[in-house]
Design a protein around this ligand. Structure first.
Ligand SMILES: Cc1cc2nc3c(=O)[nH]c(=O)nc-3n(C[C@H](O)[C@H](O)[C@H](O)COP(=O)(O)OP(=O)(O)OC[C@H]3O[C@@H](n4cnc5c(N)ncnc54)[C@H](O)[C@@H]3O)c2cc1C
Length: 504
């Protein structure tokens, strides 16, 4: 196979969501390789959490984040995140973002579960992510310092004995190019597509996590997957999301006889932490008692929640009159490539940011609307760090043995992996179920490894399953029916150092 080599003097950012573009726009020069701007960012609905209200402070926002995290968020990282809130919003407004305003012309603030204050900045009701993506993509388009190369998929990281030296990527026509670069920043988003039911777009497959594991980068908290309680059961894959802000505006969860069931699960009922609400809905389905969102009392539904309204209409439902059938769906990954606020991974030359990274700000459970904020705040900090760290350019690295010969086709076994992850490594896990999942993955492995999408699915599924087996307690997004309580001896982050794969 012929592989062209291109030397870049600039850092190369993989991914063009909120995190990748925030890094690129903060650097004097950057090249962005991206499958396209179709990651989770553009689909975010609720908004951006930021302590900008008169009755709010960054400390209060930090305290809410710590409370929801299951006790293992990293306090310092959380403080950096919440302190950066108002500056991040100001910066987006400077770049042209149009957020919803109240009658006084001040930012209109919504409330979501786990937040003690109204602090969710939103755009066009429930289309905040689209506005963030539009704003950052437009800024990158007009910037002389950022080159965005669309239609490129990173398939591996290049490395030598000193660390990461670039990336191997393929364009939409199948041409493979090795980009040598002094700094690689992974901003590839989460892993939602590893689950049968997810709210994440098709491109969110965990490519960055898989590639980082092949070079032996330290990974963290891989067992912590957040399942959103309210995907709309309309037979679509990915599942349309019914934003939590609806519950913030008074929508309730009811069973098939119209009775509210959250009251018996948590004092905050529908505004309990996401994992509690998601499991309650899971159990409703398990005992075939039904789960519906009753949003008939939400005022101005079509104008306040136009995206959700359109999803419901497509499914033949009118949220002003009908109950909306809901199911949990894999939504957000708290785990990822271990990185501090500066984004540095454990491997020289490699940074991670956004949902691909695990900085410890979410602990075992993310507070709603903290992730766009994470991309914005840490994106700027990562850019600063990369800028100051650059220096080792012009090295020629090699890629994982056999990888460049893999096909780009997605094998049918990927669907088997997604189903297996949903059933065995989903909302309610057991030791036996997790061992079953591991054994089944090993059986499927030979049929997955010959293709890039298959290989990534195997690698990501195996990492998450193994981490879930290691944590024999329940905490945040990780619930073990055989260990239903938290164990104070396990109140730590779960760090893994994969063995680097051989190169050619
Ligand atoms: C439906 C939905 C609603 C949400 N609502 C909210 C909300 O209201 N508030 C909030 O804070 N968070 C919300 N989230 C979560 C939030 O949107 C994400 O956590 C955040 O946008 C992640 O940003 P990112 O830049 O890390 O990744 P993404 O936005 O997912 O971007 C990943 C990028 O990487 C690219 N990519 C992936 N693999 C490769 C590869 N191999 N090669 C090249 N490029 C690649 C993709 O094309 C994409 O450009 C929501 C998520 C979803 C799915």
């Amino acid at each position: 196979m012929t592989i062209e080599r291109v030397e870049l003097a600039d850092p190369v950012v993989i991914g063009s969501g909120v995190a990748g573009l925030s890094v690129a726009l903060g650097l004097p020069r950057a090249t962005v390789l991206t499958v396209g701007s179709l990651g989770s960012t553009g689909w975010a609905q609720g908004g951006i959490a930021a302590a900008v209200g008169e009755d709010d402070t960054a400390e209060l926002h930090a305290s809410d984040t710590m409370t929801v995290s299951g006790g293992i968020a990293v306090q310092r990282a959380v403080e950096v995140l919440t302190a950066g809130g108002s500056k991040a919003i100001e910066r987006l407004i400077e770049l042209g973002a149009q957020f919803d305003l109240d009658d006084r012309g001040e930012l209109k603030l919504g409330r979501e579960a786990g937040h003690q204050r109204r602090r969710i900045v939103h755009a066009d009701g429930d289309a905040t992510g689209a506005e963030v993506q539009r704003t950052l993509s437009a800024a990158a388009d007009v910037s002389d310092s950022v080159d965005v190369l669309e239609g490129w998929r990173m398939i591996d990281l290049l490395r030598d004995d000193l660390g990461v030296t670039g990336v191997l990527a393929v364009d939409s026509a199948g041409k493979i190019v090795a980009f040598d670069s002094p700094a690689v920043i992974l901003a590839t988003g989460g892993i939602g597509q590893i689950y049968r039911h997810t709210t994440n777009p098709a491109v969110v497959t965990g490519d960055g996590l898989a590639a980082a594991s092949r070079v032996g980068a330290r990974l963290a908290d891989l067992e912590f997957v957040q399942f959103h309680p309210t995907g709309l059961m309309a037979g679509r894959d990915p599942m349309p999301l019914l934003t939590e802000a609806l519950r913030g505006e008074g929508a309730t969860l009811v069973d098939d006889r119209g009775r509210r069931f959250m009251l018996r699960h948590h004092p905050d009922a529908e505004l309990a932490p996401r994992d509690v609400v998601a499991r309650a809905i899971f159990w409703q389905h398990d005992k075939q008692a039904g789960a519906f969102l009753d949003a008939r009392n939400v005022e101005d539904f079509p104008s306040r929640f136009p995206t959700v309204f359109a999803y419901a209409q497509e499914a033949g439902l009118d949220p002003r009159e009908d109950l909306l059938p809901v199911s949990p769906a894999a939504h957000y990954f708290m785990g990822g490539i271990d990185a501090g606020s500066s984004g540095r991974s454990s491997v020289s030359g490699l940074w991670a940011v956004g949902e691909a990274a695990s900085t410890g700000v979410h602990g075992a459970n993310r507070l709603a609307s903290n992730s766009l904020l994470e991309g914005l705040v840490f994106g700027a900090l990562v850019a600063e760090d990369v800028h100051h760290a650059q220096g080792l350019g012009g090295r020629i690295g090699s890629w994982t043995a056999g990888l460049a010969e893999c096909s780009l086709e997605r094998p049918p076994e990927v669907d088997a992996v997604r189903q297996l992850m949903w059933e065995r490594v989903g909302l309610v896990r057991t030791g036996n179920g997790l061992w079953d999942a591991r054994n089944r993955l090993v059986e499927l492995q030979p049929r997955l490894m010959g293709s890039i999408p298959g290989r990534v699915a195997f690698e990501v599924a195996a990492l998450v399953t193994t981490a879930a087996l290691r944590r024999s307690e329940s905490r945040g997004g990780h619930y073990r029916a055989d260990y239903p309580e938290p164990d104070s001896f396990q109140a730590n982050r779960n760090l893994v150092e994969p063995i680097p794969k051989e190169t050619e």
